[in-house]
Write a protein that binds this ligand. Structure first.
Ligand SMILES: Cc1cc2nc3c(=O)[nH]c(=O)nc-3n(C[C@H](O)[C@H](O)[C@H](O)COP(=O)(O)O)c2cc1C
Length: 130
């Protein structure tokens, strides 16, 4: 899991795909943070991405660095605890101008039943589950 977090942070931007009825949706994301042994992302309840995750928590993430790429799929589980939001905002202080652990918008999700596949043009894929 640490390797997945590091790859996402090193990539800087990853792309988060959700399901919207019978359509795929994708957008850039940047948050990736391990808290209490789980990999979290952050968003806002007002966003379509949040509504899609609540309806269908099966998501996939893709990030790449040069000729290496990571695909991470799994279920997202909302963690409503204040301490989980605080930990995320401490990891990404720039978010504090838009989000607060006590607003009605900020939310964090962690990955459950996740499968990460590290791929490269030059090496065999490596699969990590967490
Ligand atoms: C580099 C980059 C990183 C981003 N990271 C996040 C993020 O971690 N969480 C988030 O909610 N939005 C993030 N955004 C903004 C979302 O991509 C944007 O709000 C998007 O429209 C949300 O998807 P939706 O319109 O389907 O709700 C980021 C945007 C960029 C350009």
């Amino acid at each position: 899991m640490e390797r997945v977090e590091k790859f996402l942070k090193d990539a800087g931007t990853y792309f988060l795909a959700t399901v919207d009825g019978d359509k795929a949706r994708v957008r850039p994301f940047g948050t990736a943070h391990i808290f209490e042994g789980k990999l979290y992302i952050q968003t806002g309840k007002s966003k379509d991405v949040s509504k899609q995750i609540h309806k269908n928590p099966n998501v996939e993430v893709c990030a790449c660095i040069g000729g290496d790429w990571l695909r991470l799929c799994g279920e997202l589980v909302e963690d409503e605890r204040r301490e989980a939001k605080v930990s995320m905002l401490e990891a990404y202080p720039s978010l504090k101008s838009m989000y607060s652990p006590d607003d009605a918008n900020t939310e964090v999700f962690y990955f459950k039943n996740a499968t990460a596949t590290f791929s490269s043009f030059t090496k065999a894929p490596e699969v990590v589950k967490f």
